[in-house]
Ligand binder design. Structure first.
Ligand SMILES: [Zn+2]
Length: 273
């Protein structure tokens, strides 16, 4: 199995051989499995799980519990694979505070609407741009969108910073050990929703910085496959072209592309909070 550059698998700890005690079940590697909420959960005997799912009547608790555990493990893996860092794992639409501010409420409504209408947006390949000042909760709402589509729509998602894409491709040029540039782009186009965060944080160096053309390539690759992207930036819609190229901006705006403006004074600016 190819190890993903961007989507982490659940980490394992305290792995050791274990016997469940059921006659006929061989010892298995028992580990503590990392959970999205920060806790660790012991893995179960694969033979016990198989037995409960396949040889138990479906009206029994043993079957229902095993099925619920199985689905919870899949959801946990899908949530961790989004790359949402522990800092942003509690971020939902419910935990985004608007303080009665109309501009904040509008940004929240646009993001929640995008998540709740994702099935149609995905069919149309419709993008969403979250643009505005640093510290206004853009990443919070982008992570809320991702969590929603994974938890409630059964979709796959990923959040990466523009810098991490550049770094991964730079690494691929320096070493033959890791994935190639085309494999990295294939990974970024392999998820139902890609969020590119922190676009425009670094001023491009003319003639030297390949980030804008690389971001264009990623956005265009998803556009060609009618896959939606969410772009998060502290730039305005008029300056964004310097960081992703003018054609990528057109791609994001096409087919009713949405824009959530974060235009109020930042919570981090001026020491207000
Ligand atoms: Zn067992």
């Amino acid at each position: 199995m190819t190890v993903s550059k961007f989507s982490p698998a659940p980490r394992l700890a305290e792995t050791r051989m274990h016997s469940c005690g059921v006659a006929g079940h061989i010892q298995h590697q028992r580990s503590l499995v990392e959970q999205f909420d920060g806790s660790w959960k012991p893995s179960v005997c694969p033979a016990c799980r198989w037995q409960a799912l396949n040889n138990t009547p479906k009206d029994q608790d043993e079957y229902r519990n095993a099925l619920a555990e199985d689905m919870a493990e899949d959801l946990n893996a899908a949530l961790l694979a989004t790359g949402i860092t522990p800092r942003f794992r509690n971020c939902s639409f419910a935990t985004y505070l608007t303080d009665g501010d109309r501009a904040k409420q509008r940004a929240l409504n646009i993001c929640r609407g995008y998540a709740e209408g994702f099935e149609q947006h995905a069919k149309d390949g419709r993008a969403l741009m979250l643009l505005g000042e640093i510290g206004c909760g853009k990443t919070h709402l982008a992570c809320a969108i991702l969590q929603h589509i994974v938890r409630h729509e059964g979709k796959t998602g990923l959040i990466v910073t523009a810098e991490s894409i550049t770094q991964a491709v730079t690494d691929s040029f320096r070493s033959n050990a890791g994935p190639s540039k085309s494999e990295l782009i294939a990974e970024l186009t392999g998820v139902d929703l890609l969020v590119i965060d922190e676009v425009g944080f670094h001023t491009p160096k003319p003639g030297k910085d390949f980030t804008p053309s690389l971001l264009h390539e990623v956005i265009d690759a998803r556009y060609q496959r009618v896959l939606p992207s969410v772009l998060v930036s502290n730039q305005t819609k008029d300056s964004l072209h310097e960081f992703i190229g003018p054609r990528a901006v057109d791609r994001l705006r096409e087919n009713g592309g949405l824009l959530a403006p974060f235009t109020w004074v930042s919570a981090r600016a001026g020491g207000a909070v």
